[in-house]
Design a protein around this ligand. Structure first.
Ligand SMILES: Cc1ncc(C[n+]2csc(CCOP(=O)(O)OP(=O)(O)O)c2C)c(N)n1
Ligand SMILES: CC(=O)[C@@H](O)[C@H](O)COP(=O)(O)O
Ligand SMILES: [Mg+2]
Length: 641
């Protein structure tokens, strides 16, 4: 098999059907028995493959039957299949001609971990963030109508993603538009952790009352099958439905949005799924098909602990320093112990944000609000307005969703919300949808906000403590990375706002670095000393806002500067320094290094940073070039006007 690993095998697994799946059309020649056998092969392949590459696991095992059924009944890419989040689209990728690339999944230059329009025509819509599929699907359905075309549009959304406000906005709109559009709710009772919220409880009630719903699905599909009288029967059923309103309570939420509700249906019963999808395809107007699935289906450990198997667990670390997220979580416990006003808020990311222990220790002082970043931010504003000290634990990429709330609800009112921005900078295998590239650029412009980044995990603790001492909003950004082994036991101390730290003195060049780039700058400086006898100063900038104007200007008067940041150059930390020079009339030699004006692809953190020129070797080379250029310049390029 071409898609086998370097050792030539999948440890005895045999994929005779899967091997011949070059396109979804190949599914159509399979018998029912072969389709069932294919589902088994797909599961085995997922285990064999993801155990080697890493990646999202449980959600994919949960949609094996659904994905096979979708590609058997619908005609992708003519019909549009739109995944929500897209972390569960591996089976879709396998069945749409990409199985041979699975050894490269989420690897540098390899197959992406999420659907991407430029990867395959079958990836109808690019994704990575939650709750977009209904909006995107509705847009396609309306575009189809406007063009007088007749393809089908199917959006698949999880119960977790359904907690996102955008999904509600889209259902609301779809109900009004009324066009043919199938939404499949893949309900496995899980977000990354256990799903939360009243809607999730409602779905539980629906699941526990299947009798009515199944009957209803059957009535409706039967109606549609009767030529000529379908519409009449529909009216009869509508009247019946009105007169028996109390019996229809289970589907009422979706029906209230103008959807026909079908289900709940067992999402692992492949043959039933085929029949239900065939029927649903014939229905007109917006239809919501509610499937009940199990995250991790077919892999015992993942079935038992779906939260731990959301992604393939990384090997246990021995002796490596704790991650920034872990130090954040531990510090939150320290802070909560001493300040009863401290509460943690997370939009569905308890484990990833390092808050699992905090949740165990302070169950009444942590709020998992679901995939609801906007609400999370304004909820924090409300908590702060009424005297609490909320810490919003949020990934940089997901904070993008809550920009207006940060401005309008937190910063204008100068509310003391601490925004703990995890996954700031290069995130690694999740790639372009998840890079923490933009937070500095978009937060730096917001008045009243203080924005900082620690050079290591020890400084993270002090920054969190400092943030809680302030009277207004403060954001602390930190990477998806392990720390460097800094002490995490020192007494918590306040860092003066807007004060940087001189890590290393020098005369030839000064590197102003932020976060993990401080360590990179130090390495580069050591290299330059050893190899070229250059004396390079390194400053741990700490603050993106307010800048340490005095220190920066002082260095700029003496030597060329290089800024080093993990974030977009446009509008970022280096831009802030350039603005400072312009505002103060300083003509300094300034080189900015960070993310270029493009989306950053997936790969390991080290690979991606090297590609961006943000590792010690590239930084040292760039610094050497500057020093040589400045030495060669007949007149000083730096002057103080
Ligand atoms: C806007 C946004 N917030 C948070 C996440 C992180 N996230 C990825 S998958 C996931 C859980 C999704 O649950 P669900 O939609 O039910 O899918 P399942 O994994 O259960 O199949 C979360 C919170 C995200 N991708 N996008
Ligand atoms: C799909 C998704 O958005 C999350 O599962 C994300 O991949 C988690 O990333 P971390 O591994 O950085 O927590
Ligand atoms: Mg779910």
């Amino acid at each position: 098999m071409e898609f086998s690993w370097a050792d030539g095998s999948f440890e005895g697994c045999c994929f005779t059907l899967l091997e011949h799946m070059h396109s979804p059309k190949d599914l159509r020649r399979l018998s029912d028995a072969e389709l069932l056998a294919l589902a088994t092969e797909v599961r085995e392949f997922l285990v064999a493959s993801v155990s080697k590459t890493g990646g999202h696991f449980g959600a994919n095992l949960g949609v094996v039957e659904l994905t096979i059924a979708l590609h058997r009944i619908f005609d992708s890419p003519r019909d549009k299949i739109i995944w929500d989040v897209g972390h569960q689209a591996y089976v879709h990728k396998m069945l749409t001609g990409r199985i041979k690339e699975f050894s490269t999944l989420r690897k540098f230059k390899g197959l992406a971990g999420f659907p991407k329009r430029n990867e395959s025509p079958h990836d109808a819509f690019g994704v990575g963030h939650a709750s977009t599929s209904v909006s995107a699907g509705l847009g396609m359905a309306v575009a189809r109508d406007l063009a007088g075309q007749h393809y089908k549009v199917v959006s698949i959304i999880g119960d977790g993603a359904l907690t996102g406000g955008m999904a509600m906005e889209a259902l609301n709109h779809a109900g009004e538009v009324g066009t043919d559009f199938l939404v499949i709710l893949n309900d496995n009772e899980m977000s990354i952790a256990e799903n939360v919220g009243a809607l999730s409880q409602y779905l539980t009630r629906l699941r526990s009352d299947p009798t009515y719903s199944r009957a209803k699905a059957e009535i409706e599909s039967a109606m549609m099958k009767v030529p000529g009288i379908g519409r009449r029967l529909t009216k009869t059923a509508e009247r019946l439905k009105d007169s028996m309103r109390h019996m229809f309570v289970p589907g009422q939420f979706f029906e209230g949005f103008g959807f026909k509700y079908l289900g709940p249906v067992d999402g692992h019963d492949l043959l039933t799924l085929l029949r239900v999808l065939e029927d649903a395809k014939k229905l007109h107007g917006p239809v919501l098909l509610h499937l009940v699935t199990q995250k991790g289906k077919g892999y015992a450990s993942a079935e038992e602990a779906p939260d731990k198997w959301h992604a393939w667990p990384s090997a246990a670390k021995t002796n490596s320093p704790p991650s920034y997220s872990k130090v954040f979580g531990d510090t939150m416990m320290e802070l909560a112990e001493t300040d009863a006003r401290v509460v943690a808020v997370t939009p569905a990311m308890v484990p990833g944000s390092g808050l699992t222990k905090f949740q165990e220790r302070f169950p009444n002082r942590i709020y998992d609000v679901g995939i609801a970043e906007q609400h999370a931010a304004t909820f924090c504003a409300g908590l702060a307005a009424a005297g609490r000290r909320p810490v919003l634990a949020i990934y940089s990429t997901f904070l993008q969703r809550a920009y207006d709330q940060v401005i309008h609800d937190i910063c204008i009112q100068q509310l003391p919300v601490v925004i703990a921005i995890d996954r700031a900078g290069v995130v690694g295998p999740d790639g372009e949808t998840h890079q923490g590239a933009f937070d500095m650029a978009y937060l730096r412009t917001v008045p009243n906000l203080t924005l900082m980044m620690p050079k290591d995990e020890g400084e993270l603790r002090h920054m969190l403590y400092t943030a809680l001492q302030q009277k207004g909003p403060v954001a602390v950004r930190y990477p998806r990375a392990d720390g460097v082994g800094a002490s995490v036991d020192d007494p918590l101390t306040e860092i003066p706002i807007g004060r940087s730290e001189i890590v290393r003195e020098g005369d030839d060049l000064c590197i102003l670095a932020l976060g993990p780039m401080v360590a990179v700058a130090k390495l580069a400086a050591e290299q330059l000393k050893k190899q070229h006898n250059l004396s390079v100063a390194v400053v741990n900038a700490r603050f993106v806002k307010p800048l340490d104007r005095e220190t920066i200007v002082r260095f700029a008067q003496r030597m060329p500067l290089m800024t080093l940041e993990e974030g977009s150059l446009a509008g970022g930390f280096g831009s802030a320094v350039a603005e400072l020079f312009m505002d103060e009339g300083i003509h300094a030699e300034l080189t900015r290094k960070g993310f270029p004006d493009e989306f950053i692809e997936h790969g390991s953190r080290a690979e991606v940073l090297a590609e961006l020129g943000l590792d010690a070797e590239h930084v040292a080379q760039a610094a050497l070039d500057i020093c040589n250029r400045v030495k060669a310049a007949p007149t000083p390029v730096r002057r103080w006007s």
